[in-house]
Design a protein around this ligand. Sequence first.
Ligand SMILES: *Cc1c(COP(=O)(O)O)cnc(C)c1O
Length: 427
Amino acid sequence: MNKPESTEATDRNHIWHPYSAMHSDAPVFAVESAHGVRLKLADGRELIDGMSSWWCVIHGYNHPVMNAALEGQIHKVSHLMFGGLTHTPAVELTRQLIDITPASLSSVFYSDSGSVAVEVAMKMAIQYWHAKGHAQRQRFISLRCGYHGDTFGAMSVCDPDTGMHSLFSDVLPKNIFIEQPRCRFGEPCTDHDIAPLAQALDKHAEHTAAVILEPIVQGAGGMWFYSAEYLQRARELCDRFDVLLILDEIATGFGRTGKLFACEHAGIAPDIMCIGKALTGGYLTLAATLTSKAVSDAIDQGEPGVFMHGPTFMANPLACTAALTSIRLLLKSPWQENIYRIERGLNNGLAPCRESGQVQEVRVLGAIGVVEMKQAVDMKSIMRAFVEAGVWVRPFGKLVYLMPPFIISDDDLARLTDAVVKVVKNQ
Ligand SMILES: *Cc1c(COP(=O)(O)O)cnc(C)c1O
C-alpha cells in the first residue's frame, strides 16, 4: 500500500466484519471514541448506543473504574501462560463467580470466547459420561431457534435451518432438535409445551450427553422469551433421565433479564454453565464454563484423568481483572432497579410501534426490547436511518431490538425508543 488509503477504503477492501462479505456496500461507520452510552463517530456525530456492543458493555464505554483497574494490572503483568502458573486476578475472579452463580457450581474453566465456552461445556459432558462408563452418550438435545456460537461444536447445537450454519450441516455432528417452547415468559408451561423434550429424552437419553439451552431468552436465534416453568420442567426431566443440563448464560448473564443469571427466574441450577459477553463489562474477551463438583470429579477420575482443553490465553490476567472489576461495579450498583427502570422505559417507549402495520409484535423482558417486524428489514437503509436519527441500533432479519447499557438515563432511553418508533414507522 504505497498511497495511504482512507480508513473506509482499507476497511472495505481488506477487513471482514461479522457475517459480512469482503466487498460489500453495506455501510460501516468508523468510531473515534466512546463514553458512557455515546459512540463518537470519526465524522463527529454522536450516537446513543442501544446495543451494548452485543450484550457486553453493561456499565457504558470508557468507565473510569474499569480503566484504572486495567492500567494497574498492566503494570503488574498483562499475560501469563496458565499451565503451571496462577495469579490473583484469576483466583479472585473465581471466588467471585462461585459466589454469585448457583450454589452447586464450583469448578471454573476459562476460555477466550463464548463459542469456546460452549465447546468446552460439550467436551466436558462427553468426558463426564466417558468417565462414568457410558461412552455412547455423545449427543446433545437442543432447541430450535437456539444460538450457541460459531465454532463447529457450537454450530451443531444451533438451529439447523434458520441458524446461520445450514451450509455446514453435512460436516456437523448430528444432534437432536426439538421445538422451541411456545409458552411465553410469565406463562405456565403445560404438558403439551414440554412434550417435545420429554419425548426426545425418552427416545434418545441412552445416547445423550446433555440438554443444552439458553435459559429464558433465546438470543440470536430469534429474541424469544419463554416460560420459567419450562426451565424447571427441563431440569426435572434431565434428572429423571440422568442427562446433564448445560445452560448457556452467555447472553443472559450479569443482570440483563432482571436476575443476575436467567436460571434464577426458574430457581434451578445447571450441571454446566457457560458465561461470556458481559463478563468483562465489554472490555476484553473472556468466557468461562462452570461445573458442579460432581462433573469435575468424574472427569478427574476417568480416562485420561485430565480435562482435554487448554487455550493459550486461558485466564488472561487483564481479562480476569476486567471481569472482577466489572462484577464488583455491577454488584455495588442498584443494577436491578436499573433493569426494571429500563424495562418500564422500553415498554412505554416502544409501545407506539404496535400501531405500525409492519410490526408483528413488541416484547420486552428486563433490559431487552424487541420489535418483531412482519418482514426482514433492509439493513442498508435502516442502518443509515438509525444513524441519521442519532442512535446505534443494529437489527437482524425481522428483529429490531434494543439492549442498552444499564447506566442509560431515562432521557437517553427515550431518545433511543423514539428513534426506533420513527424508523420503524417509515419502514
Ligand atoms: C454470543 C453468544 C455465544 C457465542 O459467543 P462468542 O463470544 O460470540 O463466541 C454463545 N451463546 C450465546 C447464547 C450467545 O449469545
